[in-house]
Design a protein around this ligand. Structure first.
Ligand code: GDD
Ligand code: MN
Length: 362
């Protein structure tokens, strides 16, 4: 008979934490038919032996992996050793208070596919963290919000404390790198509804953290891998391609309207039209190509998004226009080259403004 739910806990040298942890879990879950599966990576402090000796008192067992190491794969391997429909993942060091477990399970029963114990919703937090650790944590979350749209609606996608329905990972290939299993599941798993329950991430009482600097590098590799697997890298390349096509439209139209051998219009007017047309074709291509999957249908949405795109293009367009007009006034270089300089200036501004604007967005 599958249990009501399974608690999965990765361990590496956590001997002193096991007994108090199991005791607190038992106290938090009276009259509930749960099991605790530890996935231990061959700890040399007797963690697995201790768990085995406690299995008469608590509904617990341990799997020891002799040849593998790593938090993420310990957890994903663990998924195949439990058969409940609801699985809860947490750490062994009591930085994840077992008293929160009932709220997480309740959130799943209320319809969530994933319930996250969150440090970043009202009522949650961290205690005893240095400013630098707070900045790193906030920066990591901001990066994932920018680069992975699937993580945007979750305030704490880095939490290692969460419950989920098995259907979220049904038929899905999980290949996390490093620590962030939840992020992996949010991006490649099948979860419609994610809810967050606040909790306080306290300092570790016993044993040592296994997190070190190399984990930051692993996190970046994981982000990149998720961007590739979820199609966000392709999207970015498409965006660059569209930008290049806009440059061609801008230069081509300027030639057609301004060149002495064609229409010969004043450069101020010609350039204004050329820039506006390139903004418009960029919008069209981004709408039907780069962001096709996120395009809203209907004439109203088309007009609204087109105006929005134009609005955000005003500063760059203006910079392009002013730079090119000033340069042609002051020098007699070929106007196509001078306009290319204008476009380059606009692009630099665009890049800086976008990253600043995006960094401010939370
Ligand atoms: N099996 C196994 N193998 N378990 C491991 C390994 C490993 O290689 N490395 C760590 N663990 C276990 C630890 O024994 C502990 O139970 C849990 O994974 C978390 O390890 P910590 O070293 O305590 O991590 P942390 O507190 O720095 O990080 C935690 O909090 C972060 C949020 O700040 C984790 O939950 C992270 O996932 C989370 O992002
Ligand atoms: Mn910890």
């Amino acid at each position: 008979m599958p249990k009501a739910f399974s608690i999965l806990i990765p361990t590496y040298n956590e001997r002193d934490n096991i007994a108090p942890l199991l005791e607190r879990i038992a106290a938090a879950l009276p009259d509930i038919d749960y099991e605790v599966l530890f996935v231990d990576d061959n700890s040399h402090d007797g963690t697995a032996e201790l768990i085995n000796s406690l299995s008469n008192h608590y509904p617990t067992r341990v799997i020891v992996r002799k040849d593998k190491r790593g938090l993420a794969t310990a957890v994903t391997d663990g998924f195949s050793w439990v058969d409940s429909d609801t699985i809860l993942v947490m750490d062994a060091d009591m930085q994840h208070p077992p008293e929160i477990i009932p709220s997480l399970i309740q959130a799943i029963q209320d319809g969530a596919d994933i319930a996250v114990a969150s440090r970043y919703v009202k009522g949650g937090g961290t205690s005893g963290w240095s400013t630098i650790r707070k900045i790193i944590s906030g920066g990591a979350i901001m990066l994932s919000h920018i680069l992975l749209p699937h993580s945007r609606h979750v305030k704490d996608p880095m939490s290692g404390f969460f419950a989920f329905r098995r259907s979220v990972i049904g038929g899905v290939k999980l290949s996390p790198i490093g620590y962030k299993i939840l992020l992996e599941m949010l991006v490649v798993g099948k979860a419609d509804k994610v809810s967050e329950v606040p909790f306080m991430f306290c300092l570790r009482q016993k044993g040592e953290s296994k997190l070190n600097v190399s984990q930051e590098g692993e996190y970046l590799r994981h982000l990149f891998s998720l961007m590739r697997r979820s199609g966000e890298i392709t999207r970015f390349l498409k965006f660059l391609l569209v930008g290049a096509s806009g440059t061609v439209v801008n230069l081509g139209l300027l030639w057609l309207l301004h060149d002495q051998n064609t229409l010969g219009w004043d450069i101020r007017i010609a350039l204004l039209i050329a820039i506006e047309m390139s903004v418009f074709t960029n919008f069209l291509l981004n709408n039907y190509f780069t962001f096709r999957d996120r395009r809203q249908s209907g004439a109203g949405a088309f007009i609204k998004n087109c105006l929005r795109y134009n609005f955000f293009s005003i500063p760059a367009g203006l910079l392009n226009w002013v730079t090119t007009v000033v340069l042609t006034d002051k020098s007699n270089g070929p106007y196509i080259i001078l306009n290319l300089i204008g476009i380059a200036v606009a692009m630099v501004w665009n890049f800086v403004a976008n990253s600043l604007w995006t960094w401010n967005k939370k």
